[in-house]
Write a protein that binds this ligand. Structure first.
Ligand code: 13P
Length: 264
């Protein structure tokens, strides 16, 4: 059984003081009542892994606020070059030094609002896999793709471009893929449990085609898109889904905690 990942992508929300308050409260909740303590045990026995991805300027505050290593920190983006004249960008070495374990790559907002292409994202993914930071690589189709029956074609294009040069051991041990249908992000429209499971199963099939069955089994695949406490347990119970990437509901510490406590 895979370690389940419950990850909160805060996008452009929560400055330093809001971040410290959130981390303090989350740790308090994970130590308080029976459900909190049960989740803490599940974290300690590596059944679930908690990740928070604050904006760059709040990463230091998140790391400083932690009383334990129960909460892992992720960045939301990175540049593939180690240093140089790239105004506004942040390197993998900087993320590592700041205390990040993970980085989100290819979120649909990076693809569709900031125009990041499959080729650019491949460079980011390869650079990340050569660093000490682990990638959470996002894929997902637009509503128009889904309506035109092109979901699998889009997932294939995005993943085949991304893992062109990767080896099976790297994919099995280091890669996390997040399936986030763009039409379900921030819209309140969640994919049905079955649609989410089918798409995550298809991602596993693609991994099997390229890397073999053992790697496909080992690959961790998350679902994201309008996940909230009311639907999280149902999605997480699906065979092909190893975790959740949560936007809006991860900004409220009580809902995020509820998603964690109902996942164990
Ligand atoms: P919502 O949970 O707000 O739909 O956002 C999902 C997301 O984009 C997480 O990366």
């Amino acid at each position: 059984m895979h370690k389940k990942m419950i990850a909160g992508n805060w996008k452009m929300n929560c400055g330093q003081s809001a971040t410290s308050d959130f981390i303090n409260k989350l740790e308090d909740l994970l130590e308080s009542d029976e459900t909190g303590k049960r989740s803490s045990k599940a974290i300690e026995s590596e059944l679930i892994e908690i990740v928070i991805a604050p904006p760059f300027t709040s990463i230091g505050a998140a790391v400083a606020a932690r009383r334990s290593e129960k909460i892992n920190i992720s960045a939301q983006n990175v540049h593939y070059e180690p240093k140089g004249a790239f105004t506004g960008e942040i390197s993998l070495g900087m993320l590592e030094e700041a205390g990040c374990k993970y980085v989100i790559i290819g979120h649909s907002e990076r693809r569709h609002v900031f125009g990041e292409t499959n080729e650019l994202l491949e460079r980011k993914l390869v650079a990340t896999l050569e660093s000490k930071v682990l990638p959470i690589f996002c894929v997902g189709e637009l509503l128009a793709d889904r309506e035109a029956g092109r979901t699998e074609t889009v997932l294939r294009q995005q993943l085949e471009a991304a893992w062109l040069s990767l080896t099976s051991d790297v994919v099995a041990e280091m890669l996390v893929v997040a399936y986030e249908p763009v039409w379900a992000i921030g819209t309140g429209k969640t994919a049905s449990d079955k649609d989410a499971d089918d798409a995550c199963g298809f991602i596993r099939e693609l991994a099997q085609e390229k890397f073999g069955a053992a790697t496909a089994d080992a690959l961790r695949v998350l679902y994201g898109g309008s996940v909230k406490p009311e639907n999280s347990a149902g999605i997480l119970a699906q065979k092909n889904i190893d975790g959740l990437l949560i936007g809006g509901a991860s900004l409220d510490v009580d809902s995020f905690t509820k998603i964690i406590t109902t996942s164990v």
